[in-house]
Design a protein around this ligand. Structure first.
Ligand code: MSP
Length: 528
């Protein structure tokens, strides 16, 4: 099977591997929330999915954090890595692989990869001079710095370095990289990220150093053990190690056999250069196929400034989840911020959006419809209609029929905002439809058939909305499905795509005749 065929039924995607100098704030968790929503969508879409996340545990930043806490780096990494797993669980992140770069299997992969690049002649010893930002773990060019040689991302002073390092011959790949961006315009998304990379590359690529002599916490450079491998060279390769099956030998061949090339690397825009320039060049040097695309999203800001630990303006995801629930947090960030752009967090806006969209528009629509039914139809069965009984210009069917395809395209383009808005279009039309049709009046007038038609159309619309939003709000969607009499649990990935495949559920009119409905309960409580 060639890599093109592989891409059709498999979908591998990654989040960045997080530094373990603390637990993620909501800004850094944002990448993973988005990645999880995409993974869930692709599972609904019938693909075998591998969502990779993990921790980036080497380097000076971690070494210094451990020193400042009087701890060994390994003990710090173990504790924080466990904290990550717990946080992702709270946010209902269903990853398939969690790679820690301190894993001994990773060292084997790194060594083999290094060897390939070494044999290619792309690594040499040279002198490194420059301004280094420990928070970015990156040398900065003079023109990128703020006054006082401060990093423009962390607003912190960089440090002058002058040492002998091993270098990777990035400059050799200038032409090949330019050809890649031209031949595959989708390789870097969105447009803003692509332009940023094109402009960076057009200024001429410099070789970058891939070893350190003043840092102990990392893998030794295979050809010179007195040097430590640069943390980014090591971390990017974590994406390959993560592909190893748990019981297979850690060789590049085994790691690359099933899931490579990765379809999507999801990252924040601050680490674009590593993923869209250094990483493809490293892969070219090792003679490996390149990933499908790199998407660099925007920053979550507070009062206009990037949220970050060094700036002390972060929000704690655990606190948000414990107050409002995982679905609320996931929904707000994916719906409110156009993915790719920066977005500010405001608690007032957070509360307003959740109340309007989830509590009122969606939750209340189901609740009032079900309550009405239960009171009048004690057997709680779906009225005896099916999608076929409605003409194509029925106000809800007309929207519902196209909605699946529309939302699919939005997810594929990572346009979460558009996916949510399209679904809300159906939800709002359904509320309007109930108000206009007034089934309670029809019921009093003895118009049974008309009442049942209204109920079917509304219940089916709520079902479709819940299905299409399940990658974002899996708990609310599962609860709606339960109340509609299904056994589907959108949090159980082994169930999805066999019991709820996109091709059957993402269309209007599948609620079956006489299905027994559940008890009406609020699916999302209003936030006061
Ligand atoms: N360790 C590297 C990644 C190595 S991948 C081989 C790293 N780690 S990080 O913990 O600093 O950042 C993890 C992710 O969080 C990155 O995608 C970064 O862009 C993202 N964010 C950190 N702060 C952010 C915001 N305020 N807003 C949005 N994303 C932000 O970089």
């Amino acid at each position: 099977m060639n890599s093109f065929d592989k891409g059709k039924d498999r979908f591998a995607l990654t989040t960045p591997l997080y530094y373990v100098n603390g637990l993620p704030h909501i800004g850094s968790a944002y990448t993973t929330i988005a990645a999880d929503a995409i993974a869930r969508f692709e599972r609904l879409n019938g693909k075998s999915v591998l969502l990779i996340t993990g921790t980036d545990e080497h380097g000076q930043k971690i070494q210094r954090t451990a020193e400042s806490l009087g701890r060994s780096p390994q003990a710090l990494c173990d504790e924080i890595a466990a904290g990550f797993a717990a946080l992702w669980q709270k946010l209902d992140i269903e990853y398939d692989r969690f790679i820690r770069t301190t894993d001994p299997r990773h060292e084997a992969i790194v060594k083999e990869f290094f060897q390939r690049v070494w044999e290619r002649g792309d690594i040499y010893l040279g002198q490194q001079q420059g301004w280094y930002c420990v928070s970015c773990e990156e040398f900065k060019e003079e023109r990128e710095l703020l006054e006082g040689h401060r990093c423009s991302i962390h607003i912190k002073e960089t440090e002058w370095r002058d040492e002998q390092n091993y270098f990777f011959r990035l400059s050799h790949y200038q032409t090949q990289l330019a050809a890649l961006y031209q031949k595959r315009p989708d390789f870097i998304q969105p447009e803003r990220s692509r332009n940023e990379v094109l402009s960076f590359v057009s200024q001429g690529l410099q070789d970058f150093s891939i070893s350190r002599v003043n840092v102990d916490w990392g893998f030794p450079v295979p050809v010179a053990p007195n040097h430590t491998l640069y943390v980014w060279f090591d971390a990017l390769l974590g994406y390959i190690t993560a592909l190893l099956d748990p019981d297979s030998e850690p060789t590049l061949e085994n790691a690359l056999s099933k899931w490579w090339p990765i379809n999507l690397h999801l990252i924040g825009k601050d680490i674009l250069r590593f993923h869209a320039v250094y990483w493809p060049a490293m892969l070219m040097s090792a003679g490996l196929p390149l990933p499908g695309r790199v998407f660099g999203h925007g920053f979550l800001t507070k009062d206009g400034q990037k949220m970050g630990k060094s700036l002390g303006n972060t929000l704690d995801p655990v606190d948000l989840v414990s107050r409002y629930g995982a679905d609320a947090v996931r929904y707000y960030f994916l719906k409110e911020i156009e993915f790719g752009k920066d977005g500010d967090f405001s608690e007032t806006r957070f509360i307003n959006i959740l109340n309007a969209d989830l509590a009122n528009d969606l939750g209340n629509l189901l609740n009032r419809t079900l309550k009405f039914m239960v009171q009048r139809y004690p057997d709680r069965q779906v009225p005896s209609y099916s999608g076929k009984d409605f003409s194509a210009d029925h106000p809800l069917k007309a929207i519902g029929l196209d909605l699946g395809e529309q939302v699919k395209q939005a997810y594929e383009a990572l346009a979460f905002y558009q996916a949510c808005e399209a679904v809300l279009g159906l939800v709002r039309a359904s509320n309007k439809f109930v108000d206009e049709q007034a089934p309670w009046t029809l019921y009093k007038q003895g118009k049974q058939q008309a009442v049942e038609q209204v109920l079917y159309a509304v219940l089916e619309s709520v079902r479709l909305a819940a299905y299409l939003l399940s990658p974002i709000i899996p708990n609310v969607s599962s609860e709606i499905y339960t109340q509609l009499g299904f056994a589907t649990n959108f949090n159980d990935k082994t169930q999805i795509s066999t019991t709820a495949p996109f091709t059957t559920h993402a269309t209007w009119g599948i609620l079956s005749d006489k299905q027994k409905l559940g008890e009406p309960r609020p699916v999302f409580r209003r936030i006061e």
